[in-house]
Design a protein. Structure first.
Length: 116
């Protein structure tokens, strides 16, 4: 199971993004708008996407935050998995979160998956 990577589709502007709200500086200091998508309701894990004024600066490392809402901090297992720490110990909850993350990101019309 891998976390898919994404970039903005060419020609996208903030007006093309639905369900967007003002704010988002907790995602990235340059984020002026954001959107949140639930990933795992039982433990209140959310996908938060920040948008800078200049969308050409957007990337899926700096402007994405998978947040554990109960603790108000990044969901550590997701980030430990990304840096390779959990590669051999991936559990069912983390697997579900990664699957949901990939599904939700693939469904966003303003993003395209990076296939390497």
């Amino acid at each position: 199971m891998e976390v898919a990577r994404f970039r903005m589709r060419p020609g996208v502007s903030v007006s093309n993004v639905k369900c967007i709200r003002e704010g988002g500086s907790w995602i990235h200091k340059d984020a002026i708008r954001f959107m949140s998508i639930p990933l795992y309701d039982k433990y209140e894990i959310t996908l938060n996407i920040g948008f800078p004024e200049d969308l050409s600066k957007w990337d899926d490392f700096n402007y994405i935050l998978v947040l554990d809402e109960d603790f108000g901090q990044p969901y550590i297992p997701f980030y430990a998995y990304l840096d390779g720490t959990w590669q051999k110990k991936i559990g069912s909850i983390l697997t579900q979160i990664i699957q949901k993350y990939n599904e939700e990101m693939r469904a966003l019309p303003f993003l395209e998956e990076i296939k390497e």
